[in-house]
Ligand binder design. Sequence first.
Ligand code: GLN
Length: 489
Amino acid sequence: MMFSFNSIQAYHQGLLLNDYTCTDAVKHYLQKIEEEKVLNAFTSVYGAEALQKAVELDEKRNSGQPLKKLHGVVIAIKDVLCYRDHPVTAASRILQGFTSLYNATAIQRLLDEDAILIGHCNCDEFAMGSTNENSYYGKVLNALDHNRVPGGSSGGSAVAVQAGLCMASLGSDTGGSVRQPADFCGIIGLKPAYGRISRYGLLAYASSFDSIGVFSNTVEDAAALLEVMSGPDDYDSTCLSEKPLSYGPVRQTGKKYRIAYFSAALDHPSLDGEIRDSILNLIDRLKQDGHTVSETPFHLLDHVVPAYYVLTTAEASSNLSRYDGIRFGYRSEAPVTDLTDFYKQTRSEGFGKEVQRRIMLGTFVLSAGYYDAYFSKAQQVRRMLVDQVNLIFSEFDAILLPVSPTTALPFDHDDADPTSMYLADIYTVFANLTGLPGLSAPLFKHSNGMPFGVQIMTAKTDELTLLQLSGLLIDQYRTSRPKTEYEAN
Ligand code: GLN
C-alpha cells in the first residue's frame, strides 16, 4: 500500500475514509527510516512499540471512537526529551545507559492525544552547537545534500521531517536550534514563546532560554502540536499561566500587517548576498501588497551573541554539574584517588570537547572576580533588548529577520575557531534573550541548491499572529525551492 502524508488534517480524513490505517503509516515510516539510515537522524527507533500502538489506534477508530487531536500522528522527538522507560542521551556519552523515569510534560500531552512516538533523534551534545557535528553518536547528513550539515542542534529532528521519516518532530531551541536547522533543511521550525510549553522533562542547557519547538511541513501541523503541548504545568513554574490557545484557523485572508526590519541585520557583513537580496525583494513585494514594512533602528545587534554565550554558558555550567558519574549514566572505570578525582575522570571522559569548553567558560564568567565584568553586563544587555522589543511591538505586529547568515555549510567548513561558529547565531539568539516566539518559514532556494527562508518574530504571547503571518508568507511569497519528501509524493 502506498502511503503519503500532506498534513495531519488530510491524514485524518484518509483514515476515516479507510484509504489507509495507522499501521500502514507506521510501516511506511519504519521502512523509510531503514532506507535512509545513512542520514543518522535517529539515536533510537521504537519500531515494535510504534506498530503496537498503531494497531491499538486502528482498533479504537474502527470501534467508532472519535479521533483525538493527534490520533496516529507519527512524531519523532529530540534526544533531550524524557520518554518514560526509554533511553535519553542528549547525544552525550555521559548519559550512556540512562533511562527516563518519567515523561516530559510535552511528551505526556502528545501521548494523551494518541500520538505515536517513533524514536529519539540525534542532536548536538546537550543541544550545544549549530551543525549537529557535536554528537557522541556521529554527524547527521542533510538529506538534500549529503555533503552538507543539517544545522543544529536539533539536526536529527529537522532531517527526520525533511526526509519524510515522520510527520512532525520536536526539537529544543535555546539560541536557534529549531529555527536554524529548519532553515538549512527547507522546512518549518517553530520556537514558541518562552514558557509556552513546559520544560519539565527537557534536559536543561540554559534554563532561562530553553524552549521546546516543532518541525513540520505546514503551519497548521505546527499549530496542532503547539496547541496540544502548551499551557500551564505545576512542574514548571516558569510556564505562562494562560490556558492553552486554540491556534486555528491559521489561514487569514485580507489582513494587512505592520512589520519591522533592521537594516543593521540585513547590512551585516556576515550575511550572504543572495539571502539579503531575497529578503529585500520580499520586503518590496509585501509593501506592494499593502503591508507596512518599515526599517527600525536597532543598535544592539553586535551585543546579542556575546550576551547569549555569557548567560547560556553560565546557566549550563550549573545545570550540567549534576552529571557526576554517580547519579546518571556513564561512570569512569579509571583508577582514582578520591572523589574529586573520580568526578574529573568521569566528566572528562563523558563530556565532549564543546560541552567542556562551555562548562569552563560558564564557570569563568560566574567566578567572583569576573562576575560583574561578564555576567552582570550580559544581564544588562538582556534587559535593554527586552525594553527595546516592547517599544517595537507597541508599533508593529512582527519583526522580519534572516534565520542564518548562510545556507547549510559543507562538512569541510572551517571550525578551527569556535567563536566564528557562535557568531552565526546572530539572528536567532535574539528571540531567546527576549523570550519571543519565532518561526522560520522556508521560502527560497539559493543558487547553491540549498533552501533558506526568513524568520518572523511576534510579541511575547502572540503565536497566533506568528502562525498566521508565516502561513501567508509561505502561501503567497514562496519561490521555487527543493521539494521536501512529503511534497514530492
Ligand atoms: N547554536 C546555538 C548554540 O550552540 C544554539 C543552540 C540551541 O538553540 N540549543 O548554543
